[in-house]
Design a protein around this ligand. Sequence first.
Ligand SMILES: Cc1cc2nc3c(=O)[nH]c(=O)nc-3n(C[C@H](O)[C@H](O)[C@H](O)COP(=O)(O)OP(=O)(O)OC[C@H]3O[C@@H](n4cnc5c(N)ncnc54)[C@H](O)[C@@H]3O)c2cc1C
Length: 357
Amino acid sequence: MNGVPDAFADHQTDTSPNLAAYTTLRLGGPAGTVTTAVDTGEAVSAVRAATAGGRPLLVLAGGSNVVIGDAGFDGEVLVLRNRGIEVVRESARDVVVRVAAGEVWDDFVAYTVERSFSGVECLSGIPGSAGATPIQNVGAYGSEVAHTIVAVHAYDRIDDRQLEMTPEQCRFEYRSSVFKHNDRYLVTAVDFRLTKEDLSTPIRYAELARHLGVETGDRVTLESARETVLKLRAGKGMVLDPEDRDTWSVGSFFTNPVVPAAFFAELTAARGEIPNWPGADGTVKIPAAWLIERAGFPKGFAGENVGISTKHTLALTNRGGGSTEALLALARTIRDGVRDRFGVDLHPEPVLVNCVL
Ligand SMILES: Cc1cc2nc3c(=O)[nH]c(=O)nc-3n(C[C@H](O)[C@H](O)[C@H](O)COP(=O)(O)OP(=O)(O)OC[C@H]3O[C@@H](n4cnc5c(N)ncnc54)[C@H](O)[C@@H]3O)c2cc1C
């Protein structure tokens, strides 16, 4: 269980798999079978056959946003490894690039930076596959994939057809979309519209701007945006490194809670100043990490072979020899502590498979 999973190695059919080998947490129990699909047709056929046969199916790619119960998954697991990146439309100003779902996300980001295609550079270093990015509208440092996705290609299990979905149909929200907690669609490829220039999109995130030595709203070269984001992320244990147990995680375990402005006003009246990002719709987003620390759970706070990362309060990690139950027990302690202190509910960001918080 504590071996280092190479989430993007080409496993074929594994008949006595342990899902710990397929997740960045290195947690999860046995599965019926694990089959790796290296092309889209094969993946669609596997999903269609499981649907027709009424067999339980779990789709996985990089395994970096799932918490799988210690009992594992009693069914078929389909691991997506379909590859391919191609420019499908081009104008003087921009390109639309189609990326197969099983491509490694960060390889795609590196590809865009090398070719001076601007738009996803601040999403450098996020683990996992390109096809999973629409699932939770992956985001970091003021950027999210909803800013550049123009279409998601998917197989619809209910209607048994392949379709091209518009961003409106994807219903992107903060760390969510129509695809999250919904196994109706298999994402097969994603189209991104990127501009042909060597400058980043305006830097929106104050910490990133500070490290780049610019003001928010300024633009920098794609290369410097990527390098600085990678450096910042590595310092927080947010780039996968098998040697660094602070990265044996799912990234942020909790989303930043979004509360009504009136509730936030009451909270600050009672508790003093609280960092926040006001939303356009009368809501306020509060950094979960701040709440967790103030509720008494610092970096390094430990459970049974699991613990809060020593580099980032939002990452719950397997220190080696941990279990999903121990990880969830730690998550419950933190969630309840934050609720008791602030009356704010924290919600998990990863998909929980065969386990509950
Ligand atoms: C160290 C670390 C840092 C992270 N940093 C960030 C971050 O900055 N921002 C962020 O948003 N996330 C972050 N994450 C979370 C994670 O990397 C992303 O959510 C990523 O997109 C998950 O990709 P994956 O291929 O690993 O998905 P998996 O974990 O394999 O799957 C996640 C979910 O998506 C479903 N799924 C996957 N692929 C498909 C598909 N093609 N079609 C249909 N369903 C599919 C799965 O069934 C599952 O429900 C981080 C994770 C780690 C470990």
